[in-house]
Design a protein. Structure first.
Length: 114
């Protein structure tokens, strides 16, 4: 997708539903206009060799995990009708361990750590 997007071709982007915790059948089609800078963001962007090889500059935003949890609780209570307790339990059981195992190590692949 990234190389096609950079070449100005139409790309279909899968859509995700947080309400369903799954991808949905619909896709969003986008076409890049000519630009000098393209920002690609995502939790797993630096994890994949194929993606990294297409990036000129790789930046990892290193945020304190306490701040991440606080933002997640606020968002999930507001947008997903969840309780603070359920968010905190999910954080401890899956989110933080997954972050430590799969996301934090990708900071070593960044050119800049902010």
């Amino acid at each position: 997708h990234l190389s096609r997007f950079r070449d100005g071709q139409e790309v279909e982007i899968p859509e995700y539903s947080h309400a369903l915790n799954a991808r949905v059948p619909s896709v969003r089609s986008i076409v890049a206009s000519r630009c000098d800078v393209l920002f690609v963001d995502g939790l797993y962007v630096l994890r994949h060799d194929l993606v990294r090889s297409q990036l000129d500059l790789k930046i990892f935003i290193d945020v304190n995990t306490d701040a991440c949890l606080a933002r997640r609780i606020s968002r999930d209570k507001r947008e997903r009708c969840r309780t603070e307790e359920s968010v905190a339990a999910q954080w401890e059981s899956t989110v933080l361990p997954g972050f430590e195992a799969f996301i934090r190590p990708s900071r070593l692949r960044a050119d800049i750590i902010v």
